[in-house]
Ligand binder design. Structure first.
Ligand SMILES: [Zn+2]
Length: 87
């Protein structure tokens, strides 16, 4: 048993806990084990920071999906442009 496994999570479990924590789906014990793992494991610490930064940027971008009407309008526009270029 590695020291990481003894004290907390292995790296694969830490990655899973990292995703859960990002979406507020991790429990208190899992968060504490993740914190301990991140204290001991530099690659996972870097991964966690990048994952958090990506989540922040996605929230900041305020992305939304298109409605069916918008999708249909885009399809029609693309088809019109295709027919114009094929002439
Ligand atoms: Zn790790």
């Amino acid at each position: 048993m590695s020291i990481m496994r003894f004290f907390g999570l292995d790296c694969a479990e830490a990655a899973s806990a990292c995703h859960k924590a990002e979406y507020n789906e991790a429990g208190l014990v899992e968060k504490l084990r993740l914190k301990l793992h991140l204290f001991l494991c530099t690659p996972c610490k870097d991964y966690n920071q990048k994952n958090h930064k990506l989540s922040h940027l996605i929230k900041k971008a305020n992305l939304h999906s298109c409605s069916e009407e918008e999708k249909e309008a885009y399809r029609q526009r693309i088809n019109e442009q295709r027919s114009e270029t094929s002439r």
